[in-house]
Design a protein around this ligand. Structure first.
Ligand code: DC
Length: 224
């Protein structure tokens, strides 16, 4: 059966990864969370005290970073490994979220990630979510979805996720982080978040997970 590339871009915390995982599972495609790569690089920089305003330091550090995605049969999704350590959960921490947009705005970091992302898509049969997947990474993808949702709904969803791991977190902190990331991600010079001209908008403010999956699957069937 014909295999395609599906890109899902959009604002922070609007359900991109949930939809991407649903589609990958249904189609038996590989799911790649491109944001996890920027988060893992940020984690490495933080742990190793890399001054990312200094490009020499950035380039040196990138040479020591090996990222891999490995399928976890229990969670039934791919998880990211940073130099052979599974960092899938630790990269979700607010400490990383607070710095990731700054790190993801660095051209060298983006070149490092995009090169690997393109390689992962060479055989198609992939669902990748992020901010620049339909515009920069796979501009010729067969299906591009741009996701959006009401701000309040996004804050509440992300707060629910984070408070389970960190009961001290406040909704104000989560709101401030999402607003800051959306601003930096959509205003940076290199590959800013924007809707690809040929992307289909999916607003899931009032959709259940099942409904959003159904809508996306209809789009997939059209492309196949
Ligand atoms: O999808 P996420 O929230 O885990 O992504 C974390 C950050 O990484 C996000 O704030 C912006 C950056 N990012 C990016 O610049 N380009 C991508 N393709 C994916 C994520």
């Amino acid at each position: 059966m014909k295999k395609i590339i599906i890109t899902i871009d959009g604002w922070s915390a609007c359900g991109k990864s949930t939809l991407a995982k649903q589609l990958a599972k249904a189609l038996d495609y590989v799911y790649i969370d491109s944001g996890a790569m920027y988060r893992a690089v940020t984690l490495y920089f933080l742990r190793n005290h890399v001054d990312w305003t200094n490009l020499k330091e950035v380039n040196k550090a990138l040479k020591n970073i090996n990222l891999r995605f490995i399928f976890n049969p229990v969670s039934k999704a791919t998880e990211i490994y940073l130099n052979e350590e599974n960092v899938e959960y630790v990269i979700r921490d607010l400490v990383v979220a607070e710095k990731v947009s700054e790190v993801a705005a660095i051209k060298e970091v983006r070149d490092f990630a995009v090169k690997q992302q393109r390689k992962m898509g060479k055989d198609k049969g992939i669902v990748m979510d992020g901010r620049d997947i339909g515009t920069v990474v796979f501009p010729k993808a067969e299906l591009k979805i741009f996701m959006t949702a009401d701000n309040t709904v996004r804050v509440e969803r992300r707060f629910k996720e984070l408070v389970e791991k960190n009961p001290n977190i406040t909704i104000e902190e989560v709101k401030a982080n999402l607003e800051m990331r959306d601003y930096i991600d959509s205003h940076r010079k290199v590959s800013p978040l924007k809707q690809a001209e040929d992307a289909i908008i999916l607003d899931n403010t009032n959709l259940t997970e099942r409904e959003q999956f159904k809508k996306a699957m209809e789009l997939v069937k059209e492309r196949l």
